[in-house]
Design a protein around this ligand. Structure first.
Ligand SMILES: [Zn+2]
Length: 308
């Protein structure tokens, strides 16, 4: 085994993985891409947010993101959550980064807190948005069983060394009718690496230069198996913010859908909720905003005939 390659097993326990790319192997049993990178200790400290995001990934740093994300992805996430759960409810966002979404949840009437691996980032979130964010892994926190109605994990499960263990722990924190809301990159099993490269598919961004972070890249099938194993077998997929991701709610039982009128009534019950309603109205007044939800249909629709 070289230093570059750790050859970890699949989260599902299947012993045999097949070749996929230099950096990933594929588990055909469940449909997960498994990173070959060794675990990097302390990857998610201050440097991850202030330097790695810009220098390694070419993304805005955490200070810029704290402003940019609110009218964009946070608004989209809130809109989706409100479709299935109205405030008041207790929400935990695992891996909440700058804490902007935790703040938005609070303004919308939810009782929300976050966790973040780095103590530095947890403090940043508190100082920036005035929210409660617990520093360290979610498994290390002193949180009561059954004390949350919703657990949100946006861009988190692909980073987990042992997703089954972490999600099992989180499942215990949920109330009887509690559920998960997940965003994670979507590995589409019927597309080969050559096909992804031929179309410069955006999903490649999650693999190239990312395998130290993205330890498991799930398909819809493997995400379904993962959440079934922890007792949340119903996955309800919805449009993600970005075409290379998938977005779903995982629950034990079907969830009730809230109509626009009941969402508006819940938000407008408090003055600050009216500001949140205005943000949602503004965000969705047009479908051609630069961040508008896009789906690359070619990625999602399996080919009609067998490939040669
Ligand atoms: Zn597997």
């Amino acid at each position: 085994m070289s230093e570059k390659h750790a050859e970890r097993a699949c989260w599902c326990g299947h012993p045999t993985l097949e070749a996929y790319s230099d950096d990933y192997r594929v588990c055909k049993a469940c449909g997960t891409l498994v990173s070959r990178a060794p675990l990097v200790e302390g990857l998610y400290g201050k440097g991850y947010w202030t330097e790695r995001q810009t220098a390694h990934h070419g993304l805005p740093d955490i200070t810029e993101r704290a402003r940019l994300d609110l009218p964009e992805r946070c608004t989209h996430w809130l809109r989706r959550l409100l479709e299935v759960r109205l405030p008041p409810a207790r929400v935990l966002e695992v891996g909440c980064a700058h804490g902007g979404y935790v703040a938005l949840l609070g303004w919308a009437g939810f009782d929300a807190i976050g966790t973040e691996m780095s103590l530095w980032a947890a403090r940043f979130a508190h100082e920036t948005f005035g929210v409660t964010v617990l520093g360290g892994a979610v498994e290390k926190q002193d949180l009561k069983e059954g004390s949350f109605d919703v657990i949100v994990m946006n861009d988190v499960i692909e980073h987990l060394p042992d997703p089954l263990m972490t999600l099992r722990h989180c499942a215990r924190l949920l109330s009887r009718d509690g559920f998960f809301v997940i965003q994670t990159p979507e590995y589409i099993e019927h597309l080969t690496l050559a096909e992804l490269r031929a179309t410069n598919d955006l999903f490649l961004k999650h693999m190239d230069r990312n395998n130290e972070e993205h330890l498991h890249l799930f398909s819809r099938r493997s995400a379904g198996l993962l959440f079934s194993r922890i007792g949340f077998p119903l996955l309800d997929f919805s449009n993600p913010v970005y075409a290379y991701d998938m977005s779903f709610v995982a629950s034990r039982a079907p969830l009730r859908a809230n109509d626009e009128a009941s969402v508006a009534a819940a938000l407008c019950a408090k003055p600050v909720g009216r500001l949140v309603q205005a943000l949602l109205d503004k965000a969705y007044e047009s479908n051609d905003r630069w961040w508008a939800i896009q789906r690359l249909e070619a990625r999602l629709n399996p080919p009609q005939s067998p490939r040669s």
